[in-house]
Ligand binder design. Structure first.
Ligand code: NAP
Length: 286
């Protein structure tokens, strides 16, 4: 697969988003492991997870444990796989999503992720979402300490605006490796963040790139231009969507979620789909 860079790491341009494997509607364990193995077979070397990808307080870290199990049981070489996890979101007893951006909490959460992933250092650790109760710089300061302590190899932020991205890079001493924000045909308002990342030399990871778990299948119904290009090219509209994103810049690495081997295989093929200027212009306008 075409390679792209996050910090000093080179990974496949299309990653695997792990969330659908562990939240509401998740598949059984066998299909979940088969999906991760299919991704690895297809050349995926970036897997996005989070400590909060689970159903409720009864199975914290379900997705991290699953990814660790899938990597351990894979027959091939996994040494080049970058597992990107996150801390700062919690899922309390009722299954809702809450925030905790306190530095002491993030450091504890990182230790728990290290244990679940079974690694000495986390490849990419991302602050999941700014917590309005905690100054953003203090939360990111915890990531700087984790970098200095060698517990994480790369640091990133998620759901951050341009001011927060610049602040994070400053607190990290220029070491902000990645920004993960929502970006899809239906959600383009993070284009300023995407452009700022190009300026800073920071990777941009669009989350829910196909519109989200419940909407990804209906992408073509909602965006006619993507359906038209897909028909002309003989590929899926989801592939067209990911190829359009990759064309936004060499620093863009989409992380489509998947709960079936066939969907991640189809998504990975987008790395080989080169759209022409007329197609890209039509998709930009759509
Ligand atoms: N940082 C954050 O705050 C945040 C928030 C949300 C998500 N994320 C991350 O971003 C990742 C992606 O987002 P997402 O999972 O919410 O949404 P998404 O990637 O937009 O959509 C996921 C759905 O797309 C379907 N799909 C994937 N590839 C396909 C293809 N080629 N053709 C047809 N359908 C396809 C999958 O269906 P099947 O299930 O049938 O395979 C899956 O359920 C997540 O997994 C997670 O890692 C981060």
């Amino acid at each position: 697969m075409q390679q792209r860079t996050i910090g000093d790491r080179s990974v496949g341009a299309i990653g695997l988003g792990g969330m659908p494997l562990s939240i509401e509607g998740r598949p059984d364990r066998e299909r979940a492991i088969a999906t991760v193995h299919a991704a690895l077979d297809a050349g995926v070397t970036l897997i996005d997870t989070a400590d909060a990808y689970h159903l409720d307080a009864t199975d914290p870290g379900h997705n991290e444990l699953l990814i660790a199990e899938a990597l351990a049981s894979y027959g091939g070489d996994t040494s080049e796989v970058l597992v990107a996890t996150k801390g700062g979101h919690t899922r309390p007893g009722d299954g809702s999503w809450a925030l905790d951006g306190r530095p002491e909490y993030l450091k504890r959460a990182c230790d728990a992720s290290l244990r679940r992933l079974g690694v000495e250092a986390i490849g990419l650790y991302q602050f999941h979402r700014p917590d309005p109760e905690v100054p953003f710089e203090e939360s990111v300061g915890a990531l700087a300490e984790l970098l200095d302590a060698g517990k994480i190899r790369l640091a990133g932020v998620s759901n951050a605006d341009p001011g927060q991205i610049r602040a994070a890079d400053l607190v990290l001493g220029g070491r902000l490796a990645a920004v993960q924000n929502q970006y899809s045909p239906a959600f383009r308002s993070s284009e300023p963040e995407l452009e700022l990342c190009a300026e800073l030399g920071t990777a941009f990871l669009p989350w829910s790139p196909l519109g989200g778990i419940s909407k990804a299948a209906g992408l073509a119904d909602r965006h006619a231009a993507f359906a038209e290009v897909a028909k002309a090219r003989g590929v899926s509209p989801q592939q067209v969507c990911l190829a359009w994103m990759l064309a936004k810049g060499p620093h863009v690495l989409p992380i489509p979620g998947s709960s079936r081997p066939e969907t991640i295989r189809d998504s990975v093929a987008a790395a080989d789909l080169v759209l022409d200027d007329a197609e890209l212009a039509a998709l930009d306008r759509a």
